[in-house]
Each structure stands twice: as structure tokens, then as C-alpha cells.
Design a protein around this ligand. Sequence first.
Ligand code: HMG
Ligand code: MG
Length: 303
Amino acid sequence: MTLPKQVKLVEVGPRDGLQNEPGDIIPTDIKIDLINALSSAGLSHIEATSFVSPKWVPQMADASAVMMGIQRHPDTTYAALTPNLTGLNKALNTEVDEVAVFTAASEAFTQKNINCSIAESLERFAPLIEKANANNIPVRGYVSTVMGCPYTGEISAEQVTVVCKEMIEMGCYEISLGDTIGTGTPLKAKRLIEAVTKEIPVSKLAAHFHDTYGQALANIYAVLEEGVSVIDTSVAGLGGCPYAQGASGNVATEDVLYMLNGLGIETGVQLDELIKVSHWISQQLQRSNGSKVALALTPKSSI
Ligand code: HMG
Ligand code: MG
């Protein structure tokens, strides 16, 4: 197995990282400064926010203000989650570069997260993808719970493959495989890619691994060996899903970058700049939420 020469890092910290922050609502200015700092550090693909129901995810209620406030870097794609047409319409008003739809391989998780079945979620995505494409907006697809569900446990690679295939056929240009609760291990991750790539080329897959049990880096290495070259990460390891109990943060961008640098894999991201951003956002979150979260938000990396 050969490793890819280049990897695209998809920075999801401003969305996946901040959506789950407990306590006070994070000021919009901090979110905007974070996104600007990430693009300055060389991240070329940033998931900036999500156009979801503010009743469901209050931290993302300022999605339009965040999108409109960003200083657009010419080499950066600014993406947002959109669960339905309402979300897409709001996103289009902010000149979003790309949107992402999200469902799961688990029925129970889909119900908890977006209040519908997997089949209903796909029905909702059809007109959304059509309208996005008509506006020249690429659509990314997420499939969550690919290596375990917080409600029903084991998920088979076949279940995952069926949903991924359907989303690709509907027009998603890429599927991000979400290990939402971080229960995957390297061999399982490898087997998952082997199964999904029977139906979908590896160039259309991304890895989105949460780090609940400290397995994310090992899992990423395993899927790099399978040819996956798009990896979702979150600065300072922030994050989790509010509808997946026990889900901790995504794998930290700086940890993945340190590993990729060591492997001689190009990303275009500057580690020293990124570490500054990681420390800065951690300090900001301690300030806005008080000392009760200080430990949890200490950057994992102090390289
Ligand atoms: P619902 O309650 O079934 O929606 O929620 P509804 O269509 O019945 O509408 C109810 C109300 O919400 C209405 O307002 C709508 O206008 C409003 P009301 O009349 O009551 O005032 N509404 C919206 N408002 C703003 N933006 C919208 C929107 N849609 C409806 N887009 C819904 C269904 C999908 C909206 C809801 O369940 C939801 O917002 N869920 C989002 C949950 C979420 O964001 N989870 C975290 C992201 S996924 C994740 O983290 C996993 C991932 O990282 C990968 C991984 O780790 O595995 C991607
Ligand atoms: Mg996630």
C-alpha cells in the first residue's frame, strides 16, 4: 500500500467543533476570527457553520452573520451544513461556496439527529441537491455512525455502503464517512473502506473520525493506506455531536498535520500558525464559558 502524496484537510472546527460547546453562545465575532485565522494558516476548505434549526442547535443560530462576516480568502472554500431546503435557501443568500447534507447508516441516530428516517432524509436531499447544482454549488454528503451507533451499537459496512451509494447517485461529489462516536479501530476502518470502495471510488471518500477513544490518528493512518486522501479535522480537537451522547471532539487538525508532515505528505497548511490558532480559540472558549471547561479545551497538542 502506498500513502497519498497530498492530503486535503477539511477543517470542521467552526461547525462541528463549536456546535456542541456547552454554556454561553459563542460570540459571532469569535467564530469569524477563527475562520479567518484558519484560512490564513493555509486551510483551503473550511466548514464554517450550519444552517440548521436554531432550536435544535443554538450555537449555530448566527449562521448567516458568520458566513457574511468572513474575510473571503481566494483559495479557500467556505462550506456549510444544510439539512433541508430551508437551510439551503438561507445558505444561498450568504454566497456559500459549498453545502453538505447529512444522514446516517443508523435509523435510530438519524431520527435523533434530524427527526426523520434515512429514506425520508434522502427524499429531502433530492430537491436540495437539484437546486444547489442549479446554482453551481457542489454538495458534499455525510454518512454518520459508520463504525458504531450510540443507540443501536454495531453498524455493518454493507449498511454504510448502501447509503453512500445512494447519495453519490443523487449528486453528492464526495461522501465523508463519520465515525460519530469514535468507536472505530484501524482494522475496522480498513475493512469499511474496502467494502465501500466496491461501489464508490476511493477518490470520492473522506474520513471524519471523532477521537472519543484515542483511535482517530490510527484510524486515519489505516485509511490513508487504503488511498483516502481527504481528512476532516477540527482545530484543538474541538467538537462532538449534540445528538450522539458521549461523542467527544473530532481529531485535532494539528495532530493530523504533525503526523502528515512526518510522513512527508503535503497539505499546504502551516503547523506553527495552526498551533497559534488552536491556543487562541481555546483561550477564547475558556473566557466565554468560564473555568468549568478550561481543562477540556486545553489544546491536545503543544508541539
Ligand atoms: P424538525 O423540527 O423536524 O423540522 O427538524 P420542521 O421542518 O418540522 O420545522 C420545525 C421548525 O424548524 C420550523 O420553525 C422551521 O421553519 C424550522 P417554526 O415554524 O417552529 O418556527 N426549520 C429551520 N430553521 C432554520 N434552518 C433550517 C430549518 N429547518 C426547519 N434548516 C431539522 C428537522 C433537520 C431542521 C432539525 O432536526 C435540525 O436542525 N437538526 C440538525 C441537527 C444537527 O445540526 N446536528 C449536528 C450536525 S450533524 C453532525 O454533527 C455529524 C457530522 O459531524 C458527521 C459525524 O460526526 O458523524 C456531520
Ligand atoms: Mg462530526
